[in-house]
Design a protein around this ligand. Structure first.
Ligand SMILES: O=C(O)C(=O)C[C@@H](O)[C@H](O)[C@H](O)COP(=O)(O)O
Length: 360
């Protein structure tokens, strides 16, 4: 018999993105956590005091036991070794398949803990509680979970949607300015690929970092919503979701080149955005005024418009590992105009080298 038996996956992943202010411990945790399911919370130790109301809200809402695992995870810790350490923690705590993992921290922590949730016991339900600007507007949304390798950023990972993304903007009240800056690359990227209100708000003013003003509340909500809309139609990044990678082709390569953690993701994506805009001018005729405007935004927010010196040939070599690359070569996300991104292979190495030189 050579008739194929077809298995069509019904793995319908669903993710609810909640955005509020001072709402974390009053959200309906008892309905978010299956009855009697054990909970393992992996939390950035810096936040343990701040999230006490959340811990008690979860413990009050359930009979089952909750284990809190404090774990500092900086960019240079975003490795398979750290994943293995968490596997050991989960083994020690006898984590079972009905356990819900709650990840509380920045984008690096939610990326790594989300990957542990995607792979431990072949997959656990998880909830993301993002506590930085980067995580709230981008990293915790959409289920891209991953760790870095020596060959590149996020090269080992999965698509594993968090059941809930609980974004409480009050968590930003204690966020250091460096961490605010680390999320700005995604805000600028989103404004450029989306156009519309988000672009207009950012074009009109770039409010100071650190105060959660109504302007920031609107920008965060709209950036998060943009990502959710795109993921809704292209979870596995077959086409539109690639637009969210604007500025990341060069950005990730710069992070790898200088050593993870040396350049923040926001700084790297800001520089990568300038490279992508320069290529958009060369390949698609985008007007140079857009890049000049973005340089003004970066300066206003204290992000670099020039990189430390680097070897463009080495950056180009690292970019070859980019996940948008295919056997036939690199794919670039460029802009035809504000709000009008596209994916193209029609970029030659000379144009890339010239665009890279412009940020040196
Ligand atoms: O969610 C996506 O898709 C993105 O590309 C969003 C990016 O801003 C984010 O940094 C993502 O983690 C990078 O994706 P990767 O596939 O280049 O690792």
């Amino acid at each position: 018999m050579n008739k194929a038996i077809v298995i069509e996956s019904q793995s319908y992943q669903k993710s609810e993105v909640m955005i509020g202010h001072e709402t974390l411990s009053v959200w309906p945790w008892s309905s978010w956590l299956p009855e009697n399911a054990p909970v393992v919370m992996v939390v950035d130790p810096k936040l343990e005091t701040q999230i006490e109301p959340l811990v008690s809200a979860i413990e009050k809402s359930r009979q089952a036991h909750m284990t809190v695992v404090p774990r500092t995870i900086a960019e240079h810790d975003k490795t398979l070794e750290t994943v293995a350490a968490l596997y050991r923690d989960f083994g020690k705590h006898r984590v079972t398949r009905d356990t819900v993992v709650v990840a509380v921290g920045g984008g690096v922590l939610t990326d790594l803990v989300g990957y542990v949730a995607a792979t431990y016991l072949r997959g656990l339900r998880w909830i993301a509680v993002p506590t930085t600007l980067l995580a709230q507007v981008d990293a915790a949304i959409g289920g891209k979970v991953a760790v870095n390798t020596e060959f590149g950023k996020n090269l080992v990972g999965a698509f594993h949607l968090p059941a809930i993304v609980a974004i409480d903007t009050a968590m930003l009240s204690t966020l250091p300015l460096k961490e605010w800056r680390a999320g700005l690359g995604e805000v600028i990227k989103s404004a450029l690929i989306a156009g519309g209100h988000l672009y207009e708000w950012v074009q009109q003013k770039q409010e100071p970092l650190g105060d959660l003003t109504p302007w920031w509340a609107s920008v965060i909500a709209e950036t998060a919503a943009l990502k959710a809309r795109i993921v809704q139609v292209d979870l596995y990044e077959q086409n539109q979701r690639m637009f969210l990678n604007f500025g990341h082709t060069a950005g990730h390569a710069l992070e790898n080149y200088f050593g993870y953690g040396t350049l923040s993701h926001g700084e790297a994506v800001g520089l990568g955005t300038l490279v992508a805009l320069s290529l958009s001018e060369r390949v698609l005729g985008l007007r140079k005024a857009v890049r000049e405007q973005v340089m003004g935004w970066l300066r206003q927010w204290g992000l670099p418009t020039k990189s430390q010196p680097f070897d463009p040939a080495k950056i180009y070599e690292i970019m070859a590992q980019d996940k948008k690359a295919r056997a036939y070569g690199l794919q670039w996300v460029l802009l035809k105009d504000i709000g009008d991104p596209l994916v193209t292979r029609q970029v030659d190495s000379q144009q890339v080298m010239e665009a890279l030189e412009e940020i040196q």
